[in-house]
Design a binder for this molecule. Structure first.
Ligand code: SME
Length: 182
């Protein structure tokens, strides 16, 4: 505060040093979601470069996705003691534990497959952590041929996710699975 006052009083406002975090994202506006994913991926690589802590890296990846796409909810569940346990997320508070084969997340884990649900009301056993959620995509995160976590994205709009989301989100789940973070 003292430094800022001094700069202002001497008229040296242009020499004021603004500290910008290296982690600030550049998100293109007015472009397709494919263009946003393409712009985001190298920034995600830069975000995690040199950091080995899995929670820190996954938390930042989730925040980057939320900031880029403004989805209702995005986060991960980790496989722990044969159930899914909530990990880093952005959005409203969520269910903490999900059994294998239950809901979209538990089904994605059980089948080791990405699942896109256009209308959550039509998915048998869908777990409604939030009544505002209308559509969903869940992707398994695979490490050494085993599902170790899932990435879950929820939207308040019907049929919000498609093959483009699957293609680019799978690049991110592949990255997480290949790293030695988990
Ligand atoms: N809807 C998910 C539960 C997780 S929350 O949406 C965050 C499911 O059916 O597995």
């Amino acid at each position: 505060m003292a430094i800022q006052t001094n700069l202002l009083s001497t008229g040296s406002i242009h020499s004021y040093i603004r500290i910008v975090m290296a982690e600030e994202l550049t998100i293109p506006e007015g472009v397709s979601k494919e263009e946003i994913y393409k712009a985001l991926y190298p920034q995600i690589l830069a975000l995690v470069e040199g950091e080995t802590d899995g929670i820190a890296n996954i938390a930042n990846i989730i925040a980057a996705l939320k900031e880029s796409f403004r989805w209702w909810w995005v986060g991960v569940y980790f496989v722990k003691s044969n159930e899914l346990v909530l990990g880093p997320f952005q959005g409203p508070v969520a269910c903490t534990r999900i059994a294998k084969g239950k809901g979209v997340c538990g089904t994605s884990w059980d089948r080791a497959q990405t699942i896109i649900v256009d209308d959550v009301d039509t998915f048998p056993g869908h777990i409604a952590c939030s009544s505002a959620s209308r559509s969903e995509i869940v992707l398994p995160i695979v490490k050494n041929n085993e599902v170790v976590a899932v990435l879950d994205v929820d939207s308040e709009y019907l049929a919000h996710f498609d093959g483009t989301d699957q293609l680019y989100l799978e690049k991110i789940t592949d990255l997480i699975g290949k790293m030695n973070w988990l």
